[in-house]
Design a protein around this ligand. Structure first.
Ligand SMILES: Cc1cc2nc3c(=O)[nH]c(=O)nc-3n(C[C@H](O)[C@H](O)[C@H](O)COP(=O)(O)OP(=O)(O)OC[C@H]3O[C@@H](n4cnc5c(N)ncnc54)[C@H](O)[C@@H]3O)c2cc1C
Length: 303
């Protein structure tokens, strides 16, 4: 990225701009080399202007939420990262419809639904990350998932600068997957909720939170579940049965608490994590004859 473009980006994006920014600082795993630029626009106009400028220069754009489902390579990301957590995080309610901007926290949205006496997002109270990340990956937990109650999304076509309104039916989705057309940046989601008593909704959330605390390594650096659950089975159970708990490569170790979580015990590199992923896959293949598919998104150049 040349100096002139850097200056222009600084002028357009008044939120925050950083160059050669280590992605390890922006991922829950604490892993990842530098991105050429990290931009946190202050509002939608800035998002639009930044995208227009980057697209005109053919600079690849990576949307970033809270980085809780990402493994960024040690070589980093050659291009710009756009994060909406600074400028797009408004949550609002109209009757039984909840609407949240993509940079809003999913768990905060879930909590605000509860306070407003609106049920349906309880499952999300303990899932880290933003609405944008949740919609992109159809995040889910404890029997619920993002698309269950999604009505529509607003997305920016980063190429043309147009805002599109897409209905849920326009977005093919399945378990931990949403086939978002390339070049779209999610801006907002609208959700159909149901009236409920705040104290009953809260009781369901408390139950979910205590179950999660008991079964997941929430106090160590990690990126949530590494693998998707194969149909009719649990990836964590398969990994445990294949004897992988405690298996490590460098600073990356399979959690003793939940075998589908990998933790960064300090100094883990993306190469460590990728090697460990392959070791787990091999063991589960040999032990159970099942091919595990990753849930985390691998970003950037190969090491
Ligand atoms: C302790 C822990 C527990 C977890 N538990 C769960 C769980 O129970 N269920 C579950 O589903 N996940 C879980 N996860 C994973 C993670 O929280 C979810 O996948 C979450 O939805 C990711 O959101 P994010 O904002 O961090 O996305 P990021 O990791 O920042 O991004 C994920 C993907 O979404 C894309 N993206 C982000 N924002 C946008 C946008 N605005 N427009 C277009 N694309 C975008 C990114 O480019 C990337 O490809 C857990 C993670 C941790 C660390």
């Amino acid at each position: 990225m040349d100096d002139r473009l850097k200056q222009e980006l600084r002028a357009i994006c008044r939120g925050e701009v950083r160059f050669d920014e280590p992605m390890a600082r922006h991922t829950s795993f604490g892993v990842g080399g530098p991105a050429d630029a990290l931009l946190l626009p202050g509002d939608l106009d800035e998002v639009r202007a930044v995208c227009r400028r980057l697209v005109s220069q053919e600079i690849p754009i990576l949307p970033l939420g809270d980085g809780t489902n990402m493994l960024v390579s040690d070589a980093g990301w050659r291009g710009a990262v756009i994060c909406l957590t600074k400028g797009l995080r408004v949550i609002s309610f109209q009757e039984e419809t909840g609407s949240a901007e993509a940079g809003a926290s999913l768990s905060v949205f879930s909590r605000q639904c509860q306070r407003a006496g609106l049920a349906g997002m309880e499952w999300a109270c303990s899932v880290p990350g933003t609405l944008g990340g949740a919609m992109r990956g159809n995040a889910g937990a404890f029997g619920g998932e993002t698309f269950d109650r999604l009505l529509s999304v607003e997305a920016l076509d980063m190429g043309t600068g147009q805002t599109l309104l897409l209905k849920k039916e326009d977005l093919p989705h399945s378990y931990r997957r949403c086939d978002l057309p390339p070049g779209l940046l999610l801006l907002r989601g609208a959700f159909a909720l149901a009236g409920g008593r705040p104290e009953e909704i809260e009781a369901r959330m408390d139950d979910i939170l205590s179950r999660r605390k008991a079964t997941q390594p929430l106090y160590e650096r990690n990126a949530g579940c590494i693998f998707k659950n194969p149909a009719g089975s649990s990836a964590g159970l398969l990994i445990d049965q294949a004897g992988c708990k405690g298996l490590g490569v460098g600073g990356a170790v399979v959690s003793d608490l939940h075998a589908n979580f990998m933790v960064n015990r300090g100094g883990a590199t993306a190469a460590d994590v990728l090697t460990l992923i392959e070791r787990i896959r091999d063991r589960v293949r040999q032990h159970a004859g099942i091919e595990l598919e990753t849930e985390i998104r691998t970003i950037g150049e190969s090491p």
